[in-house]
Design a protein around this ligand. Structure first.
Ligand code: GAL
Length: 684
């Protein structure tokens, strides 16, 4: 049985490290947290040496005092299992627990996440510390729940220790049973890679042309890493369920090579995410047209929502961020931290904790600022958090448990994400197309979900959506194509981009005309294709008969050939030797339709399709919004809350044809209304 993330109350809180501060500060800290409107704190996720200073010697004094004190102030506590930071005594005595890089370098004590998931010794020691903690705190009235480890697969998401090679060998053996099947799946006849004994099978290893291992093996390696991370977390989840059954279990994440949907379904009560919207600012790609900047974090939050419709933000950015030598993020401007808080809530957060209460005075994160500065004097970030605290004290009761609604979804899947990480002939396209579609939908205020297609996905999961956009699923099984066909036949609209359907689940190419498994769906074949780069100049697509209606045909061009009478040509290439050939097609099928767009999407092309399909904002009849504002709707059976978030620091005008109230302030909003810079409204 899954516990709802929210239960009845919205929780606002903060991450706190009692072990970083003199004990005489704790009471004042907890008192001020309550004053700020906080109800929950997370502790202990890096404190293994404090609980177990020597192997097998356990002590709980420091955290007993901290938890008791927090509880005496009415705060609930989330306890992290401390397995992301093995103690020095542990790695000294059992060096086999350490992670090893692809090049064979052992990662040593001195930072964090330097362990591997496969070492039987590490699994045993993690099980023991988790059992000790669960036994000690399972009946503590102040402990609400547990966070397993911290950010599985963050910092590093590949593992090449001896135990990992061994575990991988067992994993492939269980998957393929015979070497013949393994050889077949990995296509080892190519370049004489054929295995004649299981002992010859390893995770990918350095090869003469650097980092060029067998691509099918590389795909299986990522599937293994994901399964292995889940099996590592499962040990702790099982212990916590058994020993502390009345406390909930979560973990914070969303990192590479990990099927977070499976992790959540198998082990967690709800998923947690750490939201640092400034990452999108420091990684700003200056070539990008109309970047969404901190608003692009909403796309990540849509992914989180697909894992767990109501979730916890375990760490919400609350100041400038940065490590000593990298990740230097500007300070959020006045109002921006509050905006980010509501960005998370608008997407489904029912618990939210700021990272962190006070900036650390030592270690790698002396520049990763908390809401309090080192000096601990009043500052504007604490005031801003307190404003949020006051607002949510009332508004949180209404928001909690409501769920987002959308009629359009972007589709992704892990196989293509992982295979595409290695395969540059389509992998990078997915990220561009996701971003460009998201921009187009955001600018038109059309809320979208993001769905991961999984082996468990059923037609019922897809039918709530009028439109599904699946940009470049190179890997597509016939079973997936059949499921998508059912969706289309019953009236759905499905949109593909270039490089669709030509690989099987092993990552091998079908001996069929492209788009392979999706050919019947699309009613076209790909006559020819080319990358658009180097000496191949960019071309464009002409939509309909208007020679002015051109959009760029980015990165890759599939030159299409119509196979079925049901296909209509929506756009043609405008130049090069394939000028006039179909670039965009629409196939009427059953009561639905399938679009094939022969290139990588850009915002303009996505908007052309949005217009052709007459897609509009769900609130278009009563609300007019400028492009700077994000719209998200959270609903219950009886209520609907319309979140409006202004990402610009300048005021913007919104126009309402109906009279509404703002849940955060209680004021009435109607007619022409000025929403302040970084302003937020929750209308109902
Ligand atoms: C997260 C991590 C925290 C802290 C924070 C800021 O990824 O869980 O422990 O490191 O980032 O760097």
């Amino acid at each position: 049985m899954k516990t709802n993330a929210n239960a009845e109350t919205f929780e606002l809180g903060v991450c706190y490290y009692p072990e970083h501060w003199p004990e005489q500060l704790w009471a004042d800290d907890f008192r001020r947290m309550v004053e700020t409107g906080f109800t929950i704190v997370r502790m202990a996720e890096f404190a293994w040496s404090i609980f177990e200073p020597q192997e097998g010697v356990f002590q709980f004094g420091l955290f007993d005092r901290a938890i008791d004190l927090a509880h005496s102030y009415g705060l609930k506590v989330i306890l992290g299992t401390p397995t992301a930071t093995p103690p020095a005594w542990l790695t000294e005595r059992y060096p086999e627990v350490l992670n090893v890089t692809y090049d064979g370098v052992t990662l040593q004590h001195g930072s964090r996440r330097h362990y591997n998931y496969s070492s039987p010794k590490y699994r045993e020691l993690c099980a023991r510390i988790t059992t000790q903690l669960a036994q000690h705190y399972n009946t503590h009235p102040g402990v609400a729940g547990w966070q397993i480890d911290n950010e599985l697969n963050c910092e590093i998401n590949v593992f090449y220790s001896e135990s990992d090679h061994q575990a991988f060998r067992e994993w492939v053996q269980a998957k393929y049973e015979t070497l013949e099947r393994l050889n077949d799946a990995w296509g080892t006849v190519f370049w004489n890679q054929t295995y004649t004994s299981w002992s010859q099978v390893f995770l990918t290893r350095p090869t003469p042309s650097p980092m060029q291992p067998n691509p099918h093996q590389a795909l299986d390696e990522k599937r293994f890493i994901s399964d292995n991370a889940i099996s590592f977390a499962r040990i702790q989840a099982d212990i916590l369920r058994k020993v502390a059954p009345s406390q909930w279990v979560t973990t914070n994440g969303l990192f590479g090579h990990l099927d977070s949907h499976e992790l959540n379904d198998e082990l967690l009560d709800f998923f947690s995410y750490d939201s640092y919207p400034q990452f999108s600012t420091i990684s700003d790609d200056s070539n990008e047209v109309n970047p969404l900047r901190d608003r692009s974090w909403s796309l990540s939050l849509s992914v989180v929502r697909s894992i767990s419709p109501n979730f916890c933000i375990m760490e919400q950015q609350s100041g400038p961020g940065g490590w000593v030598n990298r990740m230097d993020m500007p300070s959020p401007k006045p109002g921006q931290m509050r905006l980010w808080t509501y960005q998370s809530i608008a997407h489904g957060a029912d618990k939210l904790l700021y990272f962190r209460w006070r900036t650390a005075t030592m270690g790698n994160e002396i520049y990763w600022h908390g809401i309090n500065d080192y000096h601990n004097q009043p500052n504007r970030r604490v005031k801003e958090a307190a404003q949020v605290g006051r607002e949510l004290a009332e508004a949180g009761k209404h928001i909690v448990g409501t769920r987002n609604e959308a009629k359009i979804a972007l589709l992704r899947d892990y196989d293509n994400e992982w295979d595409g990480e290695y395969d540059v002939w389509y992998g990078p396209f997915m990220w561009q197309s996701n971003k460009e579609w998201f921009k187009a939908l955001q600018k038109r205020h059309i809320s979208n979900d993001l769905i991961y297609l999984r082996s468990k996905t059923t037609l019922e999961d897809l039918t709530p959506y009028e439109v599904l956009i699946y940009p470049h699923p190179a890997i597509m099984s016939d079973a997936t194509a059949a499921l998508l066909d059912q969706y289309v036949q019953q009236g759905g609209t499905l949109i593909f981009g270039c490089r669709t359907g030509y690989k099987d689940t092993r990552g091998q190419c079908y001996m069929r005309p492209f788009p392979g498994a999706a050919k019947d769906l699309c009613g076209i074949t790909v006559e020819e294709f080319t990358l658009v780069k180097g000496t191949r100049p960019a071309t464009s697509i002409q939509w309909g008969n208007d020679p002015e209606a051109l959009t760029g045909a980015d990165a890759f061009n599939d030159i299409l050939h119509v196979e079925e009478d049901s296909v209509e040509i929506m756009g043609t290439y405008a130049s090069d030797y394939y000028a006039g050939k179909p670039a965009v097609t629409r196939n009427k099928r059953g009561t639905g339709e399938v679009w094939y767009y022969g290139a990588v999407f850009n915002e303009q092309a996505a908007l052309k399709i949005v217009d052709s399909l007459n897609l509009a904002s769900p609130v278009a009849d009563w609300l007019e919004l400028p492009g700077e504002v994000e719209l998200q709707i959270r609903k219950s059976e009886t209520a609907s809350y319309v979140f409006l978030l202004n990402y610009s620091e300048e005021p913007v005008t919104i126009r309402l044809k109906a009279q509404k109230r703002d849940l955060l302030t209680g004021r009435t909003v109607s007619g022409s209304f000025t929403l302040e810079g970084f302003g937020v409204l929750v209308l109902y």
